[in-house]
Structure formats: C-alpha cells, structure tokens
Design a binder for this molecule. Structure first.
Ligand code: UD1
Length: 364
C-alpha cells in the first residue's frame, strides 16, 4: 500500500518519524509531505538532521499567515497532490493547522484517514489546537489514541469502537530511541549549566505570548522563580520579539530555539521545566522530571494523574507558589501505560493488517 505521511511544524517531526519507519519496515510505500507551516531552519533543518528524517518527498510551502490563510493554503496545495499520488491512506499527527487542513482534504478525496494522537481534549475552545483536534477526529477513519483517557473521550463522543485504537505515545517512541544520543550532547557545557542546577522554560502559546499583559505576568513570575533556580529559555520565533520588547528579568537567560537532541538533554538534566507546550508535558513525564504547566488546562491529563506534571495556570502568584511546592516536594517519576517505545509498531499493525484497502464504509 501507498501511504502519505504529513508533517507541518516542529512538534510533528518527532511524531511522524517512527510511524514512517514502522510502516516502511512492514513494506508500505511511504511518501513524506511537508506542508511548510514551519519554515525557519531553527524549527526545521536541525530537527530533520537530529531525527534522521529524509528530506520530504513533497513540500507544499504554505508558510505563516492567519489561521484561515494557513489552513486554506495547505488544503489548496494538498488536494492536487492527493489526486496525483492516489494513496491508499493518509496519516496526520497532532493538532496543528496542517493536520486539520490535510484531514479535511483527505476526507473528501477518498483515501482512508488515520489520526495519530486522536482523542486528546482540553475542552478549551479558545485554543486553535482544540478546534483542530476535534474536527480532525471527526473526519478520521482510524483514531489512534495515545492513552486510555483519550479513547474514553472518543467513546463519549460516540465514535464506533472499531475506529478507536489505544496505541500509546509516538513522541515517547522517538524520545526513547534517541535518549542515549541526547545524553551525549554538549549543550550543558555550552551554556555553562550543571545537571539539576537550572530550570528550563518554553513559551509559545498565543494566549501566553501574544497578549502583552499575560506575557508581562509570566515574565514577572519567571523572575521570581529565577531567584531560587536560574532559568534557561530557548525561544520560539513567535515569542522572541515580544519577550525582547518587554525585557527579560534577571536570572532568566534567553537563548535561540534548541535542536531536538539538545532540547531533550536540557529537559533530562533540568531541576524542573516550566512550559505551555503539549509535547513537553509528555517528555518530562517520560523522563521523570518535574513539570509546571503554565496553562489552566491540559489535553494530556495522564501527565498529571500518572506523571510529573502540575497545572499552575497563568496567575503569577500561583505559578511562583506552585514552583516552590514542586521544588520542595518533587512529584515521583511514573510512566503512563503504553509509553513504551512501541506505539508506532502498533500503529503500523493497525493500518497494514489486512492492507489499507477499504474494508468498511466510511464512518457516517
Ligand atoms: C504551531 C501550532 C502549535 C504548536 C507550535 C509548535 C497551530 C495552530 N499551532 O504554533 O500547536 O505547538 O506550532 O511550534 O498550528 N514563525 C517563524 N518561523 C517559522 C514558523 C513560524 O518565525 O518557521 C512565526 C511567524 O511569525 C508565525 C508565528 O511564528 O506567524 C506562528 O507560527 P504558526 O505556525 O502559525 O503557529 P505556532 O505558534 O508556531
């Protein structure tokens, strides 16, 4: 069978890579399509190199823009590609605009659609990613859920049992496969850091970085936290300028966005991580590093119930109090079920057993 795998932005690359490999090991013909949603070298090239992903077979060059512009450009470019390539199935991962765009096109074009990371729900409709998650699941044939709670969400939304497959977490497949290499990174030495001697911060969510009031509050909290534990903040291009405008508090060091192996190494050796990312909540849980999430909700609740994650929200006082609590009494490392490095094998099995030929009608 011929399978199109879609990637568009930084958090997609470590999810699609093990799925491509597992499909190819089982004899599928895989075509990698990059939508071009992320285009900076710091968001792309270093990840392709670190992860050993081949150059995309097709590049759609979508770029940045409003949600509608970005989603629309990906759709318009992906439709003729599907016509030409005529795959048996399309695999989309995660919750970005590219995921939704390619899902909508596939659902009308005919190939089977598989969504990796199905069923995650923050129930926060102000997040563009929540809209993308719900809408992508709705048009997918195969709902590949990372955890039991995600499958439970899908059941409660009325999906058929034969569509839902709890396969585990592909991001952790990639983390485990690369951990030894990451531990050989010299990034700590380069930044003059010692293991357990710093906190790591990531910030990029629009609600946190686009609103100057919200960002000012977060930076104030980071300044106070840095009084107890110095902080390193590798910065997403979206946030770089805005953080620069407001000024960086003492004790917080802003550095360019890190590559995959360096970033895993930075998480692995951190005393704690503060983040508004989804994937970082999962990676810290797998690494057993305390994580304080700078959001009011999470679509990844297993990182709280079965991992090292604590939700702190965005109120500066609450963030500071949460960090003190976590540093005084760090959560015990635990690992959710099926985060075992074999999720992509299970996905390939689901997609290829019996072939990807349509054996059942598209869900209504
Ligand atoms: C996107 C995803 C988000 C994911 C994040 C990871 C959506 C809705 N959001 O958010 O879920 O967590 O990627 O990074 O798809 N920019 C650059 N260079 C780039 C890409 C973006 O400078 O290579 C800047 C541009 O100013 C752009 C802004 O970042 O307008 C936002 O990029 P975009 O892809 O729209 O969303 P992200 O914030 O990256």
């Amino acid at each position: 069978p011929r399978i199109v795998c879609v990637a568009g932005a930084r958090p997609n690359y470590m999810k699609i890579k093990p799925v491509m490999d597992a499909l190819e090991r089982r004899g599928a013909e895989v075509l990698l399509v990059h939508t071009g949603q992320h285009y900076d070298a710091s968001m792309n090239d270093v990840f392709f190199r670190d992860l050993g992903i081949r150059s995309p077979d097709r590049h759609l060059g979508a770029g940045s823009g409003s949600h509608a512009q970005q989603t629309g450009r990906v759709m318009a470019a992906f439709e003729p590609l599907l016509d030409e390539v005529a795959p048996d199935a399309v695999v989309v991962v995660g919750d970005i605009n590219s995921t939704l765009a390619c899902a909508l096109v596939t659902a009308k074009a005919g190939p089977l659609l598989a969504h990796v990371e199905a069923g995650l729900r923050s129930r926060d409709w102000t997040m563009p990613e929540e809209v993308n998650r719900v809408a992508t699941d709705r048009v997918s044939d195969y709902l590949l859920a990372p955890s039991a709670d995600a499958a439970a969400n899908l059941r409660s939304e009325g999906y058929r049992e034969d569509q839902i497959h709890v396969v585990g977490n592909v991001m952790i497949d990639t983390l485990l496969a690369n951990l030894d290499r990451a531990r050989r990174s010299d990034v700590l030495a380069r930044y003059g850091l010692t293991r357990g001697g710093y906190g790591l911060v990531t910030l990029h969510r629009p609600a946190n970085v686009d609103d100057p009031g919200a960002l000012r509050g977060l930076l104030k909290a980071l300044g106070e936290v840095a009084g107890r534990c110095p902080l390193l903040l590798p910065v997403h291009p979206r946030a770089a300028e805005r953080i620069g405008e407001l000024g960086v508090p003492g004790g917080v060091r802003v550095v360019p966005a890190a590559g995959y192996l360096d970033f895993i190494a930075l998480q692995d050796s951190a005393r704690l991580v503060l983040t508004d990312s989804g994937g970082v909540q999962e990676e810290t849980t797998a690494l057993g590093v305390p994580c304080v999430t700078l959001r009011e909700n999470t679509e990844r609740p297993v990182t709280v119930t079965e991992g090292t994650n604590v939700l702190a929200g965005t109120d500066p006082d609450r963030i500071v109090a949460t960090v003190h609590r976590v540093l005084d009494d760090p959560p015990a490392p635990r690992c959710p079920a099926l985060w075992d490095g074999r999720a992509s094998e299970r996905i390939a099995q689901v997609l290829l057993d019996g072939g990807t030929a349509r054996t059942r009608p598209r869900p209504t």
